[in-house]
Structure formats: structure tokens, C-alpha cells
Ligand binder design. Structure first.
Ligand code: 7PM
Length: 262
């Protein structure tokens, strides 16, 4: 899954077409590099970010989604927690809903019950503005598993088929450095729930804080976490650096399948 970077000012009137064009070039490059899903990220999911209105979010996401669907054959995932955005995005061809709030916001379960697309349920402790202040768990893996079970049950009760669900432990969303690495170390524990796992560690603070490096210097760290997540059984890896990640994962794949290589 390639992350489409949408800059904050991308939708100001003057820059609209230029930015859509730049976004489409980014999408084309990610597809050529081996991405099979493009995640259109909402600014609203960033830790510490301010709330974005539904009108603003729609104005950002829908034109881009339309443009991608008109120009490419690729699955598009929409990063949103708003029922109205989910509904509209799906009507414009969104293939996956990626919700860092795991359908806990008003009307999300109801809207998604009337659709058939896959849904990524992400775990977050607290809210983006404050979640990194003092993350606390009784039992990290157990608490997150319990959250997943509760959200899976809520989906089933609402009439959303289990087969549509993808689980994501939410690296960096209300977790200390140590907790993030415990999650990576024990990611396979969530396989017990019988659903695909999505892992998103690309360029995150868990890499930068460990290695003391800025966001532009996190490629090696990001690739290493991608490999570990895959070895732990993740099905989808959400990344900025598609080409490098696909290369790294192809090496892992060859290693696991050496007996069928020539
Ligand atoms: C600043 C800090 C900007 C962090 C953006 C972020 C995830 C996600 C994000 C994830 C799923 C980023 C994050 N992270 N959706 N959205 N899983 N499913 O690194 O880990 O893009 S926002």
C-alpha cells in the first residue's frame, strides 16, 4: 500500500490543478514501483492534527479519488473516520476504507453495513492531539486484541461481514517507543483473530526516535520494519517508499521460496 502525500495547501484554489497533477504523477510512480493499493491519507489522522470538517475532507479526497479512478486501474483506500466521507468515497469507487478510529464515530457502522468494501480497523489509544502523552496498557497485546474483538463484534452486530475486516495495531497511535517495538516483535499474535493484518511503520517516530534521525533519513529503518512485519505475517504494508519496500519484500519472498527459484 503506497501512501499518497497530499500537502496541506493542495486544495487552495490557485494550486488545485497543479497539485492534482503532481498527485497523479506520484500515483503512477507508485503503481510502476509495485504498489497495488493507493492510500489517500487525510491530514486529520496525523498525531496532533486539528480536526477537519467533512466539507473540507470531501473537497480534498473526492476530486483526487475521481482523478485516480479515471486514469489508473489500482485499488484506492480512503483514510477517513467520517461516515459521510466513507459513503461518498465508496460511491466514487473507493475500494477500501481505512479508519484509524475503527468505525467508532457516529453512523460509520451503519453506513459501512450498506456497502461491501473491505475495512481496515486500526487501534488507537486516546485521540491524536494527546495520545502520545502517557500511553498506558495493562497488557499491550491483550488490550489491543480485546479492542479488535470488540470492534469485530460491533461490525458483525451491525451487519458487516467478518471477511471484509483487516486489523491494524496502529503503530505510533498512543504507544511508547518500547510498546511500538513490542508490537512489531509480537505482531503475529493478532493472527489468532483470523483476519489479515495491515502494518504501518513507514518513516514513523518509532524509527526516528530509536535511530535519532529526521524523517528524510528513515528509509533503512522503514525497510527493516517492513521486513519484520511481513515475517510476522502482515498482509498489507503501508509505505511511502514503494520501490525500495517492494525490492526488500521480494528478497524476503525469494528466501522463503528458494526451492521454486531457478
Ligand atoms: C504524521 C504522523 C503524519 C503520522 C502522518 C502519520 C496509519 C494510518 C496513518 C497506520 C493505518 C502516517 C501517519 N498511520 N492508517 N494512517 N495505519 N491503517 O505515517 O499506521 O501516515 S497517519
Amino acid at each position: 500500500m503506497g501512501i499518497l502525500n497530499v500537502t496541506p495547501d493542495s486544495f487552495s484554489d490557485g494550486g488545485k490543478f497543479l497539485h492534482t497533477d503532481l498527485a497523479l504523477q506520484q500515483v503512477e510512480a507508485m503503481i510502476n514501483d509495485g504498489a497495488t493499493i493507493i492510500d489517500i491519507g487525510g491530514e486529520s489522522t496525523r498525531p496532533g492534527a486539528a480536526e477537519v470538517s467533512e466539507t473540507d475532507e470531501l473537497a480534498r479526497v473526492i476530486p483526487l479519488l475521481k482523478a485516480i479512478k479515471e486514469n489508473f486501474t489500482v485499488e484506492v483506500s480512503i483514510d477517513t473516520s467520517k461516515a459521510g466521507v466513507m459513503e461518498q468515497a465508496i460511491s466514487y469507487g473507493a475500494d477500501i476504507i481505512n479508519d484509524v478510529r475503527a468505525l467508532q464515530n457516529d453512523n460509520c457502522l451503519n453506513v459501512m453495513a450498506n456497502t461491501t468494501v473491505p475495512i481496515c480497523l486500526m487501534h488507537m489509544q486516546g485521540l491524536p492531539r494527546t495520545m502520545q502523552q502517557a500511553p498506558k496498557y495493562n497488557d499491550l497485546i491483550g488490550d489491543i486484541s480485546d479492542f479488535f474483538k470488540q470492534r469485530i463484534d460491533a461490525c458483525l452486530t451491525a451487519g458487516i461481514a467478518r471477511e471484509r475486516l483487516i486489523l491494524d495495531p496502529g503503530f505510533g497511535f498512543g504507544k511508547t517507543l518500547s510498546q511500538n517495538y513490542q508490537l512489531l516483535n509480537q505482531l503475529s499474535a493478532f493472527k489468532a483473530l483470523g483476519l489479515p493484518i495491515l502494518s504501518g511503520t513507514s518513516r514513523k517516530s518509532m524509527i526516528g526516535n530509536l535511530l535519532s534521525c529526521e524523517v528524510t533519513e528513515r528509509l533503512a529503518g522503514s525497510l527493516t520494519t517492513a521486513i519484520i512485519a511481513m515475517q510476522q505475517g502482515a498482509s498489507i504494508i503501508r509505505v511511502h517508499d514503494v520501490k525500495e519496500t517492494v525490492d526488500a519484500l521480494n528478497i524476503l519472498k525469494a528466501t522463503n521460496n528458494y526451492h521454486v527459484l531457478n
